[in-house]
Write a protein that binds this ligand. Structure first.
Ligand SMILES: [Zn+2]
Ligand SMILES: [Zn+2]
Length: 677
């Protein structure tokens, strides 16, 4: 039996599992999305668990059919939604399980030397069969059962005059369900406390610490305010029977919570579908009004701000008034006229009176969101760094961008204009930082202007609006906080899931319905358990070792640990997941920043030790020899120093790849690191 070890603090293993959990296999609660490895569980503990189970059965005082029904529903959710399978898989499962139960009962009865025509057994089997088929008979019966037993938020249908339908996930219902999860609530509470520590500091940690957030009357006056981030993207689905001409174009709206810790930001579980409709329905003004009246969250980012969407003509930038004719010559932000809330409102009034002047300012119409009192298109639309910098398969391009020097290792010095790459990496390291500083911004602006001027000169034809937007990045960091938090990267995984569902469902009659329903079923599955972020304190199998049998250096590190005194037997694991960060033996992290230049010192995890429900990491320190500018990485060397750390002492939250090339070790810092006061 495969099993995950779940280290709940304060939960003794001697305790009896509560009855409703009786039928849960332990591995059933955990997801199957490839986030974690499975390790073989110890034989001994299995025996103990079986004993507990038998004991628990004696307490049976609840409806057994109800239990089975709930378990079966959960299983269907896991199989169907976890693996994105077509709905008719339910019928196959109901049939197979009934057959299995019958044959099981037959053999069980004969082993017990009982009559195989036992009436109790037959009746029970029939009842189970009826229950399973009742749930599985149709999509509607399945969904209504999910509504009874779990929290299923039904997509709300919006019927448009053109006959098409759009689907909206009621925001409040969804938020209510999320906040019922203790870990979700706690994460937001903790993060908001952390954000408040950076108030008026040099580090701009969050939108709330940045210029716009500090001036925002709701964020300032309502202590319990929540900051939501909206994101929109298009989805093309090809009907395989109709060929390339039959592409169904949909528009999706998602939201995420800006007040969640950024360590969760790449998880599928923190991005939620809000609205889904056929893209062409948006063209009709009447439709637009209906979508917009009901939801108020219906336009794509550029349209959200009410600015013209064409990038090829006229005024294309939502931050300044630069005409595209001048784009390739402007390389200083001081050469541009920045849009402000005041200038926008005046021009909007003018455009309403004289519509022919629209193109003069690049403003179309009042933003569809302007009815939300706290929303202004200039101050509320944060820039999307990734979207502005690179479109399409964002993650792949991003990895390519970072790994380029290692791929070109031998020829890097022969590549013309390679200094442009170095310059862009230097800019990137500041923009991608979790803790950017106000004091960096003037340097950042100089670097950006230098880069833009060089790029305009060397590659004039490649200079697109995306590069122009970079010109505003330093100002935007001061205004909106770390641009990393506004990137569409976090939405990419969810968007990919929608694509997967759309392509597999083979039902092109009402795609928005099919997709939104499946997404909500998936959501239902994700909210079944007590916690949203369930994979906390999960580790590989615990090995024990006598202290005297381990390496002398390790023994010394244990002895030097002034937090704990280790007994003769020490418990080790190969990996552990804490606060959504995976630590594995062999992984590299940054553990120190040296001197005023804040040079990172890297460590390699040698052992992960479990003691008194805490984790200690024995790490090998590496010396930082030099910064290799052309590779944009550090050259490091293993030292004989080992030391012992707690998880709070790591300064990075994702393991770094270390490259061993020509007998040297190379590693990069994920972004510019800084000591947090
Ligand atoms: Zn896009
Ligand atoms: Zn601009």
């Amino acid at each position: 039996m495969n099993h995950f070890r779940n280290h709940h603090l304060g939960c003794s293993s001697q305790e009896m599992p509560p009855l409703p959990l009786l039928l849960d296999c332990n591995d059933f609660n955990l997801n199957n999305y490839g986030e974690i490895e499975i390790e073989q569980h110890e034989q001994k503990e299995q025996g103990e668990q079986q004993e507990q189970r038998i004991l628990s059965w004696q307490y049976e005082n609840h409806d057994s059919l109800d239990d089975i029904k709930k378990f079966y529903l959960k299983m269907l959710l896991k199989v169907r939604e976890g693996h994105v399978l077509p709905g008719n898989v339910m019928k196959t499962m109901a049939l197979s399980i009934t057959c299995l139960l019958e044959i099981f009962s037959y053999h069980l009865l004969s082993k017990l030397h009982m009559n195989i025509d036992n009436a109790i057994s037959n009746n029970f089997n029939n009842d189970v069969e009826k229950t399973l088929f009742e749930i599985s008979k149709s999509e509607d019966s399945f969904i209504s059962s999910c509504q009874i037993y779990f929290t299923f938020v039904k997509p709300k249908e919006i019927i448009l005059p053109t006959g098409n339908k759009a689907y909206y996930i009621p925001l409040c219902d969804l938020l209510m369900n999320l906040f019922e999860k203790k870990d979700f609530y706690d994460s937001i509470k903790q993060e908001k406390e952390l954000i408040s520590q950076f108030h008026e500091q040099d580090i701009i940690y969050h939108y709330r610490n940045a210029e716009i957030g500090r001036q925002h009357h709701i964020l300032n006056n309502k202590k319990n305010s929540l900051l939501l981030q909206l994101y929109s993207d298009d989805l093309g689905v090809v009907n395989p029977l109709m060929g390339k001409n039959a592409v169904h174009k949909l528009t999706t709206f998602y939201f995420s919570l800006d007040d969640l810790p950024s360590r969760h930001s790449s998880s599928l579980r923190v991005v939620y579908l809000l609205l889904l409709y056929y893209k062409k329905d948006f063209e009709d003004q009447n439709n637009r009004r209906i979508l917009f009246e009901q939801l108020g969250q219906d336009l794509r980012t550029h349209e959200l701000g009410g600015f013209t969407r064409t990038f090829t003509t006229g005024y294309f930038c939502r931050y300044c008034f630069t005409h595209h004719h001048d784009m390739k010559h402007i390389y200083k932000e001081s050469q541009t006229l920045i849009r402000t809330a005041e200038s926008h409102d005046i021009q909007l009034k003018h455009v309403e009176n004289v519509p022919s002047d629209k193109s003069m300012y690049g403003i179309n119409e009042a933003s569809a969101l302007s009815f939300i009192s706290s929303f202004h298109p200039i101050t509320s639309l944060p820039p999307d760094l990734m979207h502005d910098a690179m479109e399409g398969k964002t993650m792949e391009k991003y990895c390519l961008f970072l790994n380029l020097p290692f791929m070109l290792f031998n020829i890097v010095d022969k590549i013309p204009y390679w200094f442009l790459y170095e310059l862009l990496r230097e800019i990137w390291d500041m923009l991608y930082c979790d803790f950017p500083r106000k004091s960096w911004l003037s340097t950042l602006q100089e670097l950006i202007e230098e880069f833009i001027q060089l790029f305009q000169t060397i590659f004039p034809d490649q200079f697109t609006p995306k590069f122009h937007y970079l010109l505003h990045a330093a100002r935007n960091t001061a205004k909106y906080g770390p641009l990393k938090r506004q990137m569409n990267l976090r939405y990419e995984a969810k968007h990919h899931l929608l694509k997967q569902i759309a392509n597999r469902c083979n039902n092109f009659i009402n795609l928005p319905y099919t997709i939104s329903k499946r997404i909500q079923l998936r959501q239902c599955y994700e909210l079944i358990d007590e916690n949203v972020f369930k994979l906390n304190n999960v580790s590989g199998k615990i090995h024990t070792r006598r202290k005297i049998t381990v390496n002398q250096l390790i023994q010394k590190a244990l002895l030097d640990d002034n937090q704990f005194i280790y007994g003769d037997i020490v418990e080790f694991v190969k990996w552990v997941l804490i606060d959504n960060v995976k630590y594995k033996v062999g992984d590299f992290f940054v553990a120190y920043l040296l001197g005023g230049e804040e040079i990172p010192l890297f460590v390699k995890i040698k052992f992960i030790i479990h003691i008194v429900k805490q984790w200690r990491f024995i790490v090998q320190c590496y010396d930082t020899i030099t910064f290799r500018q052309n590779l944009w990485c550090y050259e490091i060397n293993p030292s004989n120093n080992n030391c012992i750390l707690s998880k709070n002492e790591f300064l990075t939250h994702k393991a770094e790849d270390c490259y061993h090339i020509n007998n040297s070790y190379f590693i990069r810092a994920p972004y510019r690191l800084t000591v947090i006061e």
